[in-house]
Design a protein around this ligand. Sequence first.
Ligand SMILES: Nc1ncnc2c1ncn2[C@@H]1O[C@H](COP(=O)(O)OP(=O)(O)OP(=O)(O)O)[C@@H](O)[C@H]1O
Ligand SMILES: O=c1ccn([C@@H]2O[C@H](COP(=O)(O)O)[C@@H](O)[C@H]2O)c(=O)[nH]1
Length: 239
Amino acid sequence: MTETARYGKVILKLSGEALMGDKGYGIDGAFVDRIAGEIAEAVDLGVKVGLVIGGGNIVRGMTVAAEGGNRVAGDHMGMLATVINCIAVHGALAKRGVPATVLSAVPMPNICEPFSQRAATAAMDEGRVVLFAGGTGNPFFTTDSGAALRAAEMGCDAILKGTQVDGVYSADPKTDPSAVRYERLGHREAIEKGLAVMDMAAFALARDNSIPIIVFSIHQAGAIVDVLCGSGRATVVGD
Ligand SMILES: Nc1ncnc2c1ncn2[C@@H]1O[C@H](COP(=O)(O)OP(=O)(O)OP(=O)(O)O)[C@@H](O)[C@H]1O
Ligand SMILES: O=c1ccn([C@@H]2O[C@H](COP(=O)(O)O)[C@@H](O)[C@H]2O)c(=O)[nH]1
């Protein structure tokens, strides 16, 4: 049976931490290749895909600061980590013949094009996958906020957050075994309850622009297409 996508244009936010697979650090090529295959399937369904990839497999500014380093320098390192991840996923997409473009919020023209809303719109309109590298380009933010920002700028129908857990819980399921999973909840409720699966700035930006966030486990094979078609195991956050 041919599947039909529920969303026409999305930001897919991929966990950086997940990219390391079982390696404990860096990038697992087999994992990246599987993800590229699933993105190719999404493109074949006619979905316009923007990708935002975290940097947790390499470095986060908060960790640098917690170890006595400079927070802003750590955030700069984190943003560069997201560029590394985007280049890796871009390579895997290119191998499969999926047209894709890396646009960075931190200009580095020898490596990729700088982000502008105009360039991103033109590329997505052509059916290219756009990899939004460098988060928001500013310290003290995360790639979740970057994903919400780009979703609003690009007029996306949804943010798909592929992460380490299979949805939003009443508490962090990794540390609280009694946490209960939600099927659906509002942006406001997520903010009021301080549910830390995403940062509050990202929830607020998505709420203000009426963009639903679908949280699912990126470790479940086939999840990207399933979630796009409304059939996967996930939590929908939307008022
Ligand atoms: N209420 C909650 N429901 C679900 N997960 C939660 C909750 N509170 C905290 N978490 C944690 O949030 C994590 C996801 O957040 P985060 O965005 O930091 O990681 P990520 O998606 O792996 O991104 P990256 O590695 O790119 O930083 C989950 O792995 C989970 O352990
Ligand atoms: O807009 C942004 C986005 C990210 N950062 C820094 O990069 C790391 C990695 O991103 P994650 O979302 O945590 O995976 C983040 O921890 C920040 O240090 C940033 O400064 N600004």
